[in-house]
Write a protein that binds this ligand. Structure first.
Ligand SMILES: [Zn+2]
Length: 87
């Protein structure tokens, strides 16, 4: 009763670069999931995006890529951290 790790090939339009992305998923991606859909990270060339799989390994939805933040440290809150100088 050897459960084969069957590969389910998927092809979709990469939301990052717009090219066709081909990848595979296995049941291992969803078998331990406690809730569905399961987030699954797809690595496409030099970038990656996130899709969501249902229990039948069908693509439930595709996560839109996060726009790159132009401001690296945009903190509106002023930090009120009392630092004790332990000297
Ligand atoms: Zn891509």
């Amino acid at each position: 009763m050897a459960s084969q790790t069957r590969k389910y090939w998927k092809a979709l339009k990469c939301p990052v670069c717009g090219q066709r992305a081909v990848f595979y998923v296995t049941m291992a991606a969803v078998k331990d999931a406690t809730q569905y859909p399961v987030p699954f990270e797809v690595i496409h060339e030099d970038h990656k995006f996130l899709i969501y799989l249902d229990s039948g390994l069908l693509i439930s939805r595709i996560e839109e890529p996060q726009p790159p933040l132009s401001s690296p440290s945009q903190s509106t809150k002023k930090k009120k951290t009392k630092r004790k100088k332990t000297k």
